[in-house]
Ligand binder design. Sequence first.
Ligand code: GDP
Ligand code: MN
Length: 397
Amino acid sequence: MNFHEYQAKELFASYGIPVPAGTIARTPDEAVIAAQGLGGHRWVVKAQVHAGGRGKAGGVKLVRSLDEVRAQANRMLNMRITTYQTGGLALPVDLVLIGEAINIKTELYLSALVDRVNRCVTFMGSAAGGVDIEQVAATEPEKIVTVKVDNIAGFQAYQARQMGFGMGLSAKHVRQLTKIMASLYRLFTDKDLSLLEVNPLIIDSNDNLVALDAKINTDDNALFRHPDLAAMRDEAQEDPTEAAASRHGLNYITLDGNIACMVNGAGLAMATMDVVKLNGGEPANFLDVGGGTNAERVKEAFKIILSGDSVAAILVNIFGGIVRCDLISEGIIAAVKEVGVNVPVIVRLEGTKVDEGRQLLADSGLAIISASDLNDAAKKAVAAVENTPGNNSGAAQ
Ligand code: GDP
Ligand code: MN
């Protein structure tokens, strides 16, 4: 799950990590009141969306008067933000963070992530912080210092020294960094995070380290033990189709292609997407309806798939190990009738009661294309998409 900057900063503050003072606002009036409450003569207005890259998209502005606070808050609250991190979505700005303006001496980069290769949490840091860290990683990887934390021993002070001196910091800043990294590691493990990023971590005009931006991601499989974090969810920032799917317990990810896939089991879903691609097609989504699915979930899955306008065919691939193919067929028939599917539906069934399942489809009178195996199903789906009038995307390239 993704979080807003202000939520991540609240967590940082509760772990003793220095962040600038700030207040959240939902309207331009609230923004002005927030700025008055903070005091001073300069503020920063920051659009709260689930993505970085806001600065370059007009979502971070330094202002010098209450009129400017109002104007910038008004502009941001009426915009949608698209950055290189929004995955093609234009995210609504429902909140702005009004922060005290900080004078920056230096911008650094610091992050921590679950390092699957090394089976630990790894910190990455760089003196080349600020908005273009991806560029630094691509062209000057030697400027990034990495520190692997032993799971049993936990984070050690010497690792902060490796990081800090590796980044070229002074002894004073390394001492501050040690506290910050130790707290970040505690936050990371306490809250089951999968990613944490401070970009930039700055040295301010008082010569102190401050987390100027904050981004965290949680491991959703652990969210059940963090009701406080689950309560911070902002569905308005999520892909609406993916959010609807999660409400029905379906694992769904939108992709760029036009062949929708409906599969039971994540492994089979991955294999299905591979076989579609091998046959020259492009999947429109990943969808795992679950191992023990039923007719109701098949129907919901059809609705979700059809809410995407790029779908030109639906490939259903069900292996009846736990479920019965005849029940799945009934679900498909009911869904096609109720939802009004107007694209070709290719169905591959295998497993328990497969003959009964196929017979039901054949007898249904609906234009469902039956496939004998996975490869046959993928071929038929690709052919169906190529035959769709007006289709000019993906498959034939
Ligand atoms: P992002 O673009 O979404 O990552 O948003 P950030 O919070 O990282 O802000 C982008 C950039 O705006 C930072 O790298 C800073 O250069 C600048 N910035 C943000 N807040 C302040 C501030 O309080 N004072 C100053 N001087 N610059 C700021
Ligand atoms: Mn940033």
